[in-house]
Design a protein around this ligand. Structure first.
Ligand SMILES: NC(=O)c1ccc[n+]([C@@H]2O[C@H](COP(=O)([O-])OP(=O)(O)OC[C@H]3O[C@@H](n4cnc5c(N)ncnc54)[C@H](OP(=O)(O)O)[C@@H]3O)[C@@H](O)[C@H]2O)c1
Length: 380
């Protein structure tokens, strides 16, 4: 057996159990607790929260698992890291959106103790090869000091535009274009500030949504395009952006309130990796606040609220659509769960890697070995 296939058919020895702390219990943190609980090689050792109201509550309850996991949430970071005993891992799922420097400092602190870290919170680190040295330098130094490793990733940006299209491209012959689409209806995404202010839904068409301001999509998704170019062995001339927006034809109301007719109801943007003048690698988002807006734009094939799709145009033409649901038929929760699982399931590999910073093409996507039929077990 060669090394390439070792992760499918390798050792049948029982996996060594690693202690894991989950830091932050929001959307991703809940899913990360469930991911650690599901993994036979990992043991949930600590849960760190910032909200005083969550202190002392059991991890199982916080994560929506129907079992007591025997791990009460704490605000004491020092104690939580001490429980790991200088090894194991931290799933850092506290938000880094409004506190990037604090999140970076937290991650460096964990690495320095000897724990490997997985996180969706640091977008600049999704493509560490191209991240600013001011960001990677302190983390590399911490990883060397702790002999530890970091993997930052998510869905999109994340597996939807690195490991999945790279894998699917392996089924292709000639390739004209690799397109990664996120098609989402945000009407059930109960984050009113992000939806209205950042994405611009419900704002006048004269409003410039910060999420798609010139250069921002490239900052967030350009690393994924570069990674895919690396996987496909092509040199990019440049990365380009496109943007289209559509107004709502009639007022719609959802859990976030009313969205008036004539305000922004949908947007569609692309981040294009251009090879010899032609877009060959494309990350595309189609985002609506109402399923009826922009009916001529792509929709999820099953009519649901969201999907991730890879289209390899070429010979043959290949389309793969992935629709994940969790927390009561919720597509956003399904996507978050896949991201949390991708990160948490990377922990055993990271503990065997050289100290450093790794991306979605470095870290193998491993099969769910040992996780079949674990949901019904009665003991933690
Ligand atoms: N690339 C992707 O596909 C993707 C997908 C989803 C999320 N993300 C990223 O992952 C991160 C988490 O997202 P999420 O949806 O889970 O966010 P969320 O639901 O808002 O949860 C974030 C958690 O951060 C913790 N927190 C908030 N303020 C804090 C502070 N000042 N200090 C320490 N902890 C604090 C809170 O945890 P406690 O209440 O437990 O204290 C909160 O629940 C974000 O940075 C987000 O951008 C990426």
């Amino acid at each position: 057996m060669n090394d390439e296939n070792a992760f499918y058919f390798g050792s049948h020895e029982p996996l060594p159990t690693l202690p894991v702390a989950v830091w932050g219990t929001g959307n991703m943190g809940r899913a990360a607790i469930r991911a650690v609980d599901a993994h036979p090689g990992l043991t949930l050792a600590a849960v760190v929260v910032s909200s005083p109201a969550k202190v002392g509550r059991d991890a199982g309850e916080l994560a929506g698992i129907d079992r007591h996991l025997g791990v009460p949430a704490t605000t004491d970071v020092e104690e939580a890291l001490a429980v790991l005993g200088g090894r194991g891992a931290v799933a850092y799922t506290a938000s880094g959106d409004l506190r990037p420097d604090a999140a970076l400092a937290d991650v460096a602190r964990c690495l320095r103790t000897g724990a490997v870290v997985v996180t969706p919170a640091l977008y600049a680190l999704y493509d560490p090869r191209n991240a600013p040295p001011a960001v990677t330098g302190p983390l590399m130094e911490a990883a060397r000091a702790g002999a530890s490793a970091l993997f930052a990733s998510g869905v999109d940006p994340g597996w939807g535009n690195d490991v999945l299209p790279a894998l699917v491209s392996g089924l292709a012959g000639t390739v004209d274009e690799v397109r990664c689409q996120e098609i989402f209806d945000y009407s059930t995404y109960d984050q009113p500030d992000a939806v209205r202010m950042l994405v611009g839904m419900g704002q006048p068409m004269t409003y410039d949504p910060p999420m798609v301001a010139p250069g921002v999509p490239t900052t967030v998704w350009g690393g994924q395009v570069r990674m895919l170019a690396r996987a496909l062995g092509v040199e990019l001339d440049e990365i380009r952006e496109t943007l289209e927006r559509r107004p709502l034809e009639a007022e719609v109301t959802n859990a976030m309130g009313a969205f008036a007719a004539g305000t922004q109801g949908a947007l569609r943007f692309e981040v294009q990796g251009v090879v010899a003048g032609v877009p060959r690698i494309v990350v595309e988002h189609i985002t609506r606040i109402d399923a009826a807006c922009a009916p001529d734009w792509p929709t999820p094939p099953d009519g649901g609220a969201g999907a991730h799709r890879v289209v390899v145009a070429g010979r043959p033409r290949i389309e793969v659509t992935l629709e994940a649901t969790d927390e009561g038929d919720n597509r956003a929760a399904g996507g978050n769960a896949t991201a949390a699982n991708r990160l948490v399931n990377a922990i055993p590999w990271l503990t065997t890697a050289e100290p450093g910073l790794y991306d979605g093409l470095d870290v193998p996507l491993t099969p769910a070995r040992g996780r079949v039929s674990r949901a019904g077990r009665s003991t933690p």
